[in-house]
Ligand binder design. Structure first.
Ligand SMILES: Cc1ncc(COP(=O)(O)O)c(C=O)c1O
Length: 388
């Protein structure tokens, strides 16, 4: 009787996301305090940089305060100016392009593929003009874009590629880690991501020619990083910059999570596969599409989404789940149709797949510590959904 009451109370709400603690987060944060170094680039930041560089095989990783800031650093490093054009999928988070617009660049919105929901590589070349200065790709849900084709086109035109890999840490394309294809790549460690510091991000620098400049940019335009390494005897203002480095307390939290990556990824994989398997028959019956992962892509199990046949049925599902205390959410609204996108000439019909997917997509609750009972409750509620 008591346990039934607890079960009912527990199920008043299934959150969309819950931040997860997996091991040594507090211990490492206390250690950072004991080290008397809680500003940026202390011992924990260095250990995190080393872990990511070694695992991914990237020449340089720099922690940042967010993925947004890593994208802003990318725009500064590529020296984007007024009137430059940046190709970006319309189906993405605002930061993917806002970082470049801040420098005066003009967004050129690309449509996405209906299967992986990534930038449609077959339409990329047609968007390139003499003013194109960057191509920013997003690996949606951590499932890779078609990087062979994208890199071939970008290299042929000499245009730098930036990978917004906010969702895709440890995902792979043809056996190679995401974030290692473009000249630059960005990660997010926001609370909703597989590995988190609450807020946080990283810049991955694949072309070593950007390393010195990136360090200066991140440290208020100074050569303080070189000073701390003993390479110069005082530090001074070298170039334009800002403050993009996180506190070592946050790096300590993040490192504890990254060290437990196998545990985190295997638990997310189990949850993802359970949704996929258990919902297959129901989805077929309801004409709901489940996520598609091409055989040559390894996904990092970042999210689980459903594609309903139309907007009405997606909205009905959100309302129905809400009635059961379940928070399921839609995702990106097409950027070309946002008030800001319209200022750049975006109009209905420009990116038809994006418009269609944006109406139909629903993200289910998905987080590392989601229990079997919580997940079972979400699936049971979905099966009770009325309608065809
Ligand atoms: C594709 C993409 N890029 C960038 C961001 C921004 O990340 P952050 O919150 O770390 O700035 C997000 C946020 O979720 C995102 O989905």
């Amino acid at each position: 009787m008591i346990s039934q009451t607890i079960m009912k109370q527990q199920f008043r709400t299934v959150f969309f996301n819950k931040p997860t603690r997996v091991g040594k987060e507090f211990e490492y944060m206390q250690q950072a305090l004991r080290n008397d170094h809680i500003s940026g680039d202390g011992q924990f930041s260095k250990r995190t940089h080393a872990l990511l560089e070694q695992m991914l095989g990237v020449p340089k990783v720099l922690l940042t305060t967010s993925c947004t800031h890593a994208l802003e650093m990318s725009a500064l490093l590529l020296d984007l100016k007024d009137g430059d054009e940046v190709i970006v999928p319309s189906f993405t988070f605002v930061s993917t392009i806002n970082a470049f617009v801040l420098r005066g660049a003009r967004p050129v919105f690309a449509d996405i593929r209906p299967d992986t929901l990534n930038l449609d590589e077959s339409r990329l070349e047609a968007l390139i003009t003499p003013r194109t200065r960057a191509i920013v790709v997003v690996h949606y849900a951590g499932v890779s874009c078609e990087m062979d084709v994208i890199m071939e086109i970008a290299n042929r035109y000499g245009i730098p590629v930036v990978e917004d890999n906010a969702h895709g840490l440890f995902g792979k394309y043809k056996g190679k880690y995401l974030g290692t294809f473009g000249m630059l790549a960005t990660q997010s460690f926001h609370e909703t991501k597989n590995f988190t510091a609450g807020e946080g991000g990283a810049l991955l620098i694949n072309d070593p020619k950007y390393i010195d400049q990136a360090e200066i940019l991140r440290e208020k335009g100074t050569n303080r990083s070189r000073f701390f390494r003993g390479q110069v005897d005082k530090y001074t203002w070298i170039n334009v910059g800002s403050s993009y480095l996180p506190s070592d307390m946050l790096a300590a939290f993040l490192l504890a999570q990254l060290e437990e990556r196998e545990q985190i990824q295997s638990s997310r994989r189990r949850i993802w596969e359970t949704y996929y398997k258990e919902l297959s028959d129901w989805a077929e019956e309801k004409h709901v599409q489940l996520p598609f992962v091409p055989a040559h892509c390894e996904q990092p199990y970042h999210m689980f989404y459903l594609l309903f046949p139309d907007l009405e049925r997606r909205q009905a599902a959100i309302a129905h789940l809400q009635e059961h205390g379940i928070h399921a959410v839609f995702h990106y609204l097409p950027l070309h149709l946002s008030p800001m996108g319209e200022k750049y000439g975006g109009k209905l019909g420009d990116c038809k797949v994006t418009e269609n997917i944006s109406d139909r997509l629903l993200r289910l609750p998905f987080f590392t510590n989601m229990t079997e009972v919580e997940q079972g409750y979400v699936m049971e509620a979905l099966r009770k959904l009325d309608g065809p």
